[in-house]
Ligand binder design. Structure first.
Ligand code: NAP
Length: 308
């Protein structure tokens, strides 16, 4: 039996691993489908304390991982496909085949960008459809793109893309924005950004299947459709917590976020940290802080069991 399994390897999971390894718990970290988490899909990270001149996201996460390994964390590639938290020790299945048992578990599987759910969109992800402006804006230099959404993410993506693209059209389904006033104003004042309200995208258009040539816009007020020429589509419609595998095992809220009290989930001995439990702050540094807290809570639990 493992003393501690950490599921996920973003800032939350790897911070828990650093603290756990230093506490002598030799945690097993199952890295998940995107080792390092969302920061590995960003470029420059300028707001992580300690890096005065910024650092590339993937590089930062590699430092996290090496720091955890240095103290004895066992980081392994793999996807957790099933868990059973109904008894103790807890059971965790990796890649549908391997079973590991653990005295304590920290969940830190993060969140993923949401897509519209269109078949045409799915086929063109990485070929003109993206949910990460900071990762992909460079490929759209002097091109025209649309950005979907009316929250801060969409405003941020539109503003960022306007630095590269010749034209950005922000498409939002309502007339009110969820985004903060200052970010909306920045978009409105930007001569490269057009705002199209009351519209959604019903199809992404392609000619070869490897590029975007336009989108089918739908006016939500009357259902009218029209083709709109564009070279790319960026999603800024929020995130979904990666918690499907925990459904039925711990309490999740209506949107799928893990319900926590501090870092305690509804199962004593299972803790959660980072974006899967935090829809408000969603920062690398807040996730890392929560990862530290989860480890301290897990250590306390293990001490109760006489294991730490
Ligand atoms: P959000 O605030 O939930 O906004 C999502 C937007 O996408 C909404 O305008 C929503 O439209 C739209 N949307 C959702 N599903 C859609 C669909 N299927 N089709 C078309 N439009 C759809 O999400 P977010 O912008 O990612 O922000 C999440 C949190 O992170 C917020 O608290 C935000 O303040 C924060 N954040 C902060 C910053 C920053 O300060 N720098 C940057 C990014 C995010 P409706 O409005 O009609 O529902």
């Amino acid at each position: 039996m493992q003393k501690l399994i950490i599921i996920g390897s973003g800032p939350a999971g790897l911070t828990a691993a650093i603290y756990g390894a230093r506490a002598g718990l030799a945690p097993l970290v199952i890295e998940g489908p995107e080792p390092g988490g969302q920061l590995t899909t960003t470029s420059e990270v300028e707001n992580f304390p300690g890096f005065e001149h910024g650092i590339q996201g993937p590089e930062l996460m590699e430092i996290f991982r090496k720091q955890a390994q240095r103290f004895g964390a066992d980081t392994q590639y793999g996807l957790v496909t099933q868990v059973d938290f109904t008894g103790w020790p807890f059971k965790v299945w990796i890649d549908d085949e391997r079973l590991e048992e653990a005295a304590a578990v920290i969940l830190s599987t993060g969140a993923s960008a949401k897509y519209l759910g269109l078949e045409s969109e799915k086929k063109l992800i990485g070929h003109g459809v993206s949910a990460c402006a900071t990762c992909d804006a460079f490929f759209f230099k002097n091109k025209e793109v649309v950005v979907i959404g009316g929250g801060d993410s969409a405003m941020e993506e539109a503003s960022y893309l306007s630095r590269f693209c010749s034209k950005v059209t922000l498409v939002h389904r309502r007339s009110e924005f969820r985004a903060s006033k200052i970010m909306v104003q920045r978009v409105m004042d930007n001569p490269k950004i057009d705002v199209l309200l009351h519209h959604t995208v019903s199809e992404v258009l392609t000619e070869t299947g490897h590029e975007v040539v336009g989108v089918m816009l739908e006016d939500v007020r009357n259902g009218e459709r029209r083709r709109f020429k564009t070279d790319g589509m960026f999603l800024g419609i929020g995130h979904k917590p990666n918690t499907d595998v925990f459904a039925g095992q711990i309490e999740l809220d209506a949107e799928g976020y893990v319900v926590v009290n501090g870092t305690h989930t509804s199962v004593h001995g299972v803790f959660a940290a980072g974006d899967l439990a935090d829809k408000k702050y969603r920062q690398a540094i807040t996730a890392a802080g929560m990862g530290c807290a989860a480890l301290l809570d897990a250590e306390h639990f293990l001490a109760e069991k006489g294991l730490a």
